[in-house]
Design a protein around this ligand. Structure first.
Ligand code: AMP
Ligand code: ZN
Length: 119
């Protein structure tokens, strides 16, 4: 656990969350400011600041393998969903604890940028 980490506090139950799924490695909960009808975060219980800071291939495998399981629980496994990992300043990552966003329940456009590079 990292002292000043919001998601570590959520995993520890010190800050309330709407739990969707939990096992020995992962915790999943609904995003507090949903950007789609389904917007759930899947996080490893171990603290990693981001995708490229600390997690092993096994950690990443376990995290990503949990995503379809959570999608099933949220009812978007068949309809489809987007799994997003923000990394670093240009991605607008705001919480420095590795997490996968599951977004679904709506027909999505391709990607969203402040200024798309695609003409
Ligand atoms: P990111 O911008 O990729 O770092 O995503 C962080 C996400 O955490 C954002 O979508 C926030 O809405 C969400 N978030 C922040 N605080 C909470 C909280 N207390 N409970 C649930 N989700 C949160
Ligand atoms: Zn943390």
């Amino acid at each position: 656990m990292s002292e000043d980490c919001l998601f570590c506090k959520i995993i520890a139950g010190e800050i309330p969350s709407k739990k969707v799924y939990e096992d020995d490695f992962c915790y999943a909960f609904d995003d507090i400011e949903p950007e789609a009808p389904v917007h759930t975060l899947v996080v490893p219980k171990k603290h990693f600041a981001d995708l490229q800071t600390g997690p092993t291939e096994e950690d990443l495998g376990r995290l990503m393998a949990t995503v379809p399981e959570v999608a099933k629980i949220k009812g978007v496994y068949e309809s489809g969903y987007r799994a997003v990992v923000n990394v670093g300043p240009d991605s607008a990552q705001t919480v420095q604890h590795l997490h996968v966003h599951i977004l679904g329940g709506i027909k999505m456009g391709r990607f969203t940028f402040e200024g798309s590079a695609r003409e």
